[in-house]
Design a protein around this ligand. Structure first.
Ligand code: AHR
Length: 670
């Protein structure tokens, strides 16, 4: 519990505009991403068919490190005679997974569809309801495709986009020409103008012809059944437009991928094995995500790069470093060498030109230009590895990467002593008051050691997406990161995405929410947008008089997952947070003020070291009536920043900051 204390005298902020306390990192604000909460499958990735490759039922082999061979593709196995998850039958059709009729070595199972019940008035087929629905919008063209082979059946099949109850058909196409060999079939489905956007829909593939030959009925096998909507910037195999737009509006400078825990996997053969995520999508085997569901890897390494290209972000590449979440590791030495080699090749895939082996593969995958890469992260959260193996593993990766790519900066995921990393990645998941009590975290950290990457941070209040109180915790925290961004050169919130449909969430506070049809940004997102779009290149020194404080009882520490009985001493935490930066070219000063409590607070501002400050400027304000207020799919814009013109500014002015608010004042200077 926290109690606001009213200060006896007015709060005064004194800004020394002719001094530079630190340089602001131009790449401070970026994104962190991994396959969690249906981030790509059922999220950013355009694909609308769930379990398109029928491998969601796969049982992956669990491989002990001693027997593990990184060069081997460990095949998934399937329970016999089961119908695939997320598919249903239409009419009297019978379906089963068939491991005897693979499309290829990667997609080594298919859907067998027995057509014997099909008749003129009784279509038989299969249906897929997508990721908690399939979005249907007016005047929209969807691209359907699948691989098929048949016995005693040449067609036609009808591909139809229809309501979940089958009563409304929005678009359909007929496909013929099936025979005994696997072939790819395509159809274009365009909806009319007279429909209301909806998600309670399905894709149906069916026929009214049973197919016959000497009293035997027809069978058809399907694989890689896909339905793609229009994608952001029309990128093939690309991304959902609404979510991409939300991200583009944030103007992120970099993308940390592919994890997080996703880069590690629970077991060795469930790591992010990048070589199995490139090339044609039908050649990618897919794998189980450590967050408990199947990833087709249709969103693989090339798609991460496509995302970077679409949004103008710099990749921050995390490589698998020999440690998995079930606490197995591969010790430094010869057994780790293939993984180091794998990382070097991955870097070549990202940065190499067409004359290099892996650069040429990237060109083939649709990305002719090498990507600029500055940062490579070795593993993820290796403080979990209690064996102490990280120091040696880090050194082996560090030496090999620096030898081949001396300009790359190497990020360690925890402290190491074997080498001096260029950056260390710190993670913070906390309550709003914990964030607010620690805004000076980096103020006194030595500037002689490695730089800092705050690779995951979030105030975890509100679910599935953060509420205003979390946004206030984040904003206070960001005043500290920005003030210290000579040291903290890159930072990103995590997790980025959540599919808010029932069962879609594995992590309870996530920046951006969506279902199959709609998406929204949380107040925490708007805080990041306000900060990223409103900062200068120089941090100005700010001193404060009469800073209002409140009492805060920090939670009991936890040991071995158990809360201890001895509470730490009560702390004093400010109720106001602030920083000031200046754009040295335009002269504009960005003053940020966070009022974390439910009463308005008046602040006097005194700016020295300048000839003048214009009387008129702008204020961008995000505020809420209650700290629990939030955005959602049904109220996507309940809390959004509002920009207004302000006057009465100058070298000295006072302003009242509303309850529960984050404000950026843009001050023009002379
Ligand atoms: O962001 C969710 C998870 O939190 C990340 O995958 C992991 O790195 C951290 O523990």
């Amino acid at each position: 519990m926290a109690n606001a204390q009213t200060p006896n005298s007015a709060v005064v902020l004194k800004i020394a505009a002719d001094q530079v306390a630190a340089k602001v990192s131009p790449t401070l604000y970026g994104l962190m991403t991994e396959e969690i909460n249906y981030s790509y499958e059922g999220g950013l990735y355009g694909e609308l068919i769930r379990n398109r490759s029928f491998k969601a039922d796969a049982i992956q082999q669990i491989v002990h490190p001693d027997a593990y061979d990184p060069a081997k593709n460990y095949p998934a196995k399937f329970p016999a005679n089961t119908a695939p998850k997320f598919w249903s039958t239409v009419g009297g059709a019978k379906i089963a997974l068939d491991t005897n009729t693979p499309l290829n070595g990667a997609l080594n199972v298919s859907l067998r569809l027995d057509l014997s019940s099909a008749a003129k008035n009784a279509p038989a087929g299969v249906a897929n309801g997508g990721y908690w629905g399939i979005p249907v919008k007016p005047n929209t063209t969807y691209h359907a495709s699948f691989y098929a082979k048949a016995q005693r059946f040449s067609g036609p099949l009808t591909v139809s986009l229809e309501s979940a109850d089958g009563k409304k058909v929005f678009a359909q196409a007929q496909i013929s020409g099936f025979d005994a060999g696997w072939k790819k079939f395509n159809a274009t489905l365009t909806t009319g103008g007279d429909l209301t956007p909806s998600k309670e829909n399905r894709l149906v593939i069916s026929t009214t012809k049973p197919g016959t030959w000497f009293n035997h009925h027809g069978t058809i096998w399907l694989q890689q059944v896909s339905l793609m909507p229009p994608t952001f910037k029309n990128r093939p195999n690309g991304d959902r437009t609404d979510i991409s737009q939300i991200l583009d509006d944030l103007q992120p400078k970099f993308l940390r991928f592919p994890g997080g825990n996703y880069v590690e996997g629970d077991y060795f053969n469930e790591r992010f094995n990048w070589k199995e995520t490139i090339g044609p999508v039908e050649q990618r085997p897919g794998h189980r995500s450590c967050w408990g569901y199947w990833s087709t890897d249709g969103f693989g390494l090339p798609e991460y790069l496509g995302w970077c290209q679409d949004l103008g972000m710099e990749p921050v590449l995390a490589v698998f470093a020999g440690y998995v979440l079930k606490r197995d590791y591969i010790p430094a030495g010869p057994t780790l060498a293939p993984f180091v080699q794998e990382a070097l090749e991955e870097i070549q895939y990202v940065t190499g030109d067409a004359t290099t082996h892996w650069g040429a593969q990237r060109v083939k995958d649709g990305y002719p230009n090498p990507f600029k890469l500055r940062y490579v992260e070795i593993g993820n959260e290796d403080w979990f590895d209690r064996s102490g193996s990280y120091d040696g593993r880090f050194a082996q990766f560090y030496d090999a990467i620096k030898a081949k790519y001396p300009n790359l900066q190497i990020i360690a995921t925890t402290k190491v002593s074997s080498r001096t990393p260029d950056l260390v990645d710190d993670h913070f998941y906390r309550s709003a008051l914990q964030m607010q009590s620690d805004t000076h975290h980096y103020d006194n950290v030595s500037r002689q050691g490695p730089k800092i990457f705050v690779g995951e941070w979030a105030t975890r209040e509100g679910s599935p997406t953060p509420n205003m109180n979390a946004a206030l915790g984040d904003a206070a925290w960001l005043t500290g990161l920005e003030r210290n961004s000579d040291l903290v050169v890159i930072s990103c919130y995590a997790p980025l995405f959540v599919n808010v449909s029932p069962g879609g969430m594995q992590w309870r506070t996530d920046l951006i929410g969506y279902d199959a049809l709609t998406s929204y940004a949380s107040p925490a997102y708007y805080v990041q947008k306000m900060f990223n779009l409103n900062h200068g290149d120089a941090v100005l020194p700010v001193t404060v008089e009469n800073l209002p404080m409140r009492d805060w009882q920090p939670p009991a520490p936890r040991r071995g997952g158990v809360a201890q009985t001895n509470l730490p001493p009560v702390q004093q935490v400010p109720t106001l947070f602030f920083n000031a930066t200046r754009d040295t070219r335009s002269g504009v000063i960005f003053l940020k003020v966070v009022n974390a409590v439910g009463s308005a607070q008046n602040v006097s501002v005194e700016i020295s070291g300048l000839a003048g400050v214009a009387a008129n400027g702008e204020a961008v304000v995000l505020s809420a009536a209650s700290p629990e207020d939030t955005n959602s799919n049904s109220e996507p814009t309940k809390l959004v920043p509002v920009t207004t013109s302000v006057d009465g500014l100058g070298r000295q002015f006072s302003r009242t900051f509303p309850p529960y608010s984050v404000t950026v004042l843009r001050l023009k200077t002379e």
